[in-house]
Ligand binder design. Structure first.
Ligand code: CA
Length: 225
């Protein structure tokens, strides 16, 4: 499950991301409203945690824009105690829930679970393709009785490949979602990491392989998804 965290207090944003990663969620972060909106529009998230008071574009405007664009991703608004009016406005704008800062970890996780359950998002923690599956909590790639731990970037890439199956994931998708940049050197990194993943698939004796679509990207093959 992929979650976008849009929060300008860097310390808080990083703490939320760390908590969510530990729970096995895939997390992306934006530190202002404008880049949050761009990320929300360009990727498929299962849930967005959105602060209201944000630089460049406030959270309520971000939310309104998303709903106008018919993006129905569940949104959990973060509000300060003093922002009661914003809370009401937020729910009117199409937020699914809100959480008042400061909050405790358990409450945040419970709200996310409740929200995604309500919306019917699958909280499948072991995405599968063919004979392979991913353990989102342990960060492992599994095939039959064999498993191997993947590095953070390897795991993120594999998760993108597994969730897209035989559809192509472009190099650009990997660079923006895994490296978070658009540097030319990261395009080479994608190739290097794909070769790591291929080695691990063969180590596991999986029938699944990563196919190169020259000049476009990669997809999986050998599955019966
Ligand atoms: Ca803020």
């Amino acid at each position: 499950m992929r979650i976008l965290v849009v929060e300008d207090e860097i310390g808080l944003a990083e703490a939320i991301c760390a908590i969510l990663r530990r729970e096995g969620y895939f997390v992306d972060m934006a530190n202002d409203g404008k880049s949050g909106l761009e990320k929300a529009l360009s990727s498929n998230f299962d849930c967005i945690i959105l602060d209201i008071m944000l630089p460049k574009m406030n959270g309520l405007d971000v939310l309104t824009f998303l709903r106008v664009k018919e993006i129905e991703t569940p949104v959990l608004l973060l509000t300060a105690k003093s922002e009661v009016d914003d809370k009401i406005k937020g729910l009117d704008c199409g937020a699914d829930d809100y959480l008042t800062k400061p909050f405790v970890t358990g409450e945040l996780l419970a709200r996310i679970r409740a929200m995604t359950r309500r919306i019917g998002v699958s909280v499948e923690l072991t995405p599968k393709f063919g004979d392979i599956s991913l353990d989102m909590k342990k960060g492992e790639l599994m095939c039959g009785a064999n498993s191997v731990i993947l590095g953070r970037k390897e795991f993120q890439m594999m998760e993108m490949l597994v969730s897209n199956g035989t559809s192509i994931v472009t190099k650009e998708d990997f660079v923006t979602k895994v490296w978070g940049t658009g540097d030319d050197s990261d395009y080479n990194n994608v190739e290097v990491y794909i070769s790591f993943l291929r080695k691990k698939l063969s180590m596991l004796h999986s029938k699944v392989s990563i196919k190169t679509r020259r000049g476009i990207g990669y997809c999986l093959e050998g599955g019966t998804k």
